[in-house]
Design a protein around this ligand. Sequence first.
Ligand code: TXA
Ligand code: MG
Length: 317
Amino acid sequence: MRITVGEAIKVLKSGAIVALPTETVYGLAASVGHPEAIAAIFSRKGRPSSNPLIVHVAEISQAEELIAQWPPLARELMEAFWPGPLTLLVPAKEGAVPVAVTAGLPTVALRAPMQEQTREILRAVGPIVMPSANLSGMPSATTAAHVEADFGADFPVVDGGSSPLGLESTIVAYIEGRWRLARRGALCSEALEELLLYHLDELAYVGGGSAVQDKPLCPGQLLRHYAPQAILLLRQDFSDDSLEGVILGFSDRRYPPRCKIIPLGRSKNPDEVAAALYGALRRLDLEGHAAAFVDITFPATGLWTTISERLQRAAKR
Ligand code: TXA
Ligand code: MG
């Protein structure tokens, strides 16, 4: 059910939940000040309570009240990339962020999205938690229709059109003296490295005195994720003309004649592919395909690394 920005503001202030558009993916929104709304997010998504939520703000000034300590270059990163697809994990100020939001972790995840309707809502409501607006484990939603497919036609959503970036925000954390990559995302590490002037190591796990342990940095990243019901078969060689089936492929490549192609965009345009990715994965289920090949012949640079990571996870059984 499509609602206006004004209606969304009222609903959020009353302690209920709505879906909002962002430049990355749609989010399931609750005001940080309403514990019952935060609880509703976990139950509607089927999300484990051990998986914390990103707090979204309109600007740096709204974030200031939630931060206990500023890691080096945190402000520079926010100034350079906010509003936009960058989330920072920073020490949370005690009492300022509900425990349900951080899942008991000492850090809070902060992001200022760029989408104008959602910025207006953030200015009016204050900080808002937003996980991606999909059922837990499924591909994220990049249109209002995707949100309605997961949560029902009556679920309130502000329609902001297709999310232009199509992949979740990049998450960074300051650990053991440097910023590290906690989740690949819509902002490429190369852009961050230009500001940091050092290599951004990727970290799946951290803890204790050593860099790698059994403690997940982003609890959500451990799970099978972004996955349609359809089985995904990642593949590079499509030279066998007798191959049959569905291929998530590039619009400028030739594939075996008996295959049905679901286009991901052009092979030289990672932005286009990122924007189309979750819609294409959702389309497999919508059309009832049990399995599909995915063409993963692309470079290991820039945004392609995020696209590749999402496909690897989505293909996990
Ligand atoms: O682009 C995005 O980031 C979207 C839009 C809606 O803003 N949001 C999003 O939220 O992707 P979600 O919940 O689907 O993914 C957030 C990830 C999860 O893997 C979660 O475990 C991690 O961020 N996370 C959140 N708070 C954290 C914290 N305090 N410490 C470590 N990881 C955290
Ligand atoms: Mg998600």
